[in-house]
Design a protein around this ligand. Structure first.
Ligand code: PEP
Ligand code: MN
Length: 270
């Protein structure tokens, strides 16, 4: 791993990133919201529900990386404007994914955290563009990326002058097909050994199954994760993307309660 410089631990203090009322890397961060922004009513409804349940940030995709060109591609700018309205109503900062280098600069006027998705982890021009902004970046691990490859992608962003990167483990491809991906929880303590950057877990994409999200969230807390990003939908069965992994607001509220309790217990151990 001697190729990484700026992201390497090397005795540095853990990076802390203030966003809204949270200090990422210090406070346990819960990001929640729909996979896709589908319309205003759906997003506002979910935003209010996750806020009441105790989320710190709202997620929602406006530009969606879909396997099929015929699948819902997201609402684009209209979706971002809906997220801004949700932020105004709830006070929750917003996270959304950029797919295209041409969108990074202007999207930073809308979002509080810019997401770079698994499929774009090694899109080097996109990483450089995100590195030129001063908006914190949520960098997901590619589905076939080693830790060294992932950290080198974070290095691209820091190397352009943006120090605010949050790593997100979201499952890797293995021979297993029961789960959508195999959630590599060992990435958390491994990243903590190698880097000063905060790392969070995405148990929704990591498993692809709503029924497994709660257990893997608790396991993520126990592994020392700095937070979670989960998908919540007011009507999962009718979601336009990732319906099988979306929690209902009620399931999410229960998850937040348990996660915060376990984190409190973990803090007592340290
Ligand atoms: C998402 O967050 O909805 C998403 C597309 O995630 P990933 O890039 O991890 O597949
Ligand atoms: Mn999704």
């Amino acid at each position: 791993m001697n190729e990484i410089r700026l992201v390497a631990k090397n005795g540095r203090k853990c990076t802390r990133i203030p966003v809204g009322r949270s200090i990422i890397g210090q406070d346990f961060l819960v990001i929640a919201g729909p996979c896709s922004v589908e319309n205003e009513a759906q997003t506002l409804d979910i935003a209010h529900a996750v806020k009441v349940a105790g989320a710190d940030l709202l997620r929602g995709g406006a530009f969606k990386p879909r396997s099929s060109p015929y699948a819902f591609q997201g609402l684009g700018l209209k979706g971002l404007k809906i997220l801004v309205k949700a932020r105004e109503e709830t006070g929750l900062p917003i996270v959304s994914e950029a797919l295209d280098t041409r969108d990074v600069a202007w999207m930073c006027d809308y979002v509080d955290i810019l997401q770079i998705g698994a499929r774009n982890m090694q899109n080097f021009p996109l990483l450089k563009e995100a590195g030129k902004s001063r908006t914190p970046v949520l960098l997901k691990r590619g589905m076939n990326a080693t830790l060294a490859e992932w950290l080198n992608c974070a290095e691209y962003i820091l190397n352009e002058g943006n120090p605010s990167v949050i790593l997100c483990e979201r499952g890797i491809r293995t021979f297993e097909t029961y789960t959508r991906n195999t959630l590599d929880l060992s990435a958390v303590p491994a990243i903590k050994e190698l880097s000063h950057l905060p790392v969070i877990i995405d148990p929704a994409h990591g498993t692809g199954r709503a029924a497994l999200v709660g257990s893997m969230s608790l396991a993520a807390v126990a592994a020392g994760s700095d937070g979670l990003i989960v998908e919540v939908h007011n009507d999962p069965a009718s979601a336009l993307s990732d319906r099988d992994q979306a929690l209902t607001p009620g399931q999410f509220a229960e998850l937040v309660r348990k996660v915060r309790l376990l984190r409190g217990f973990m803090d007592g151990l340290n």
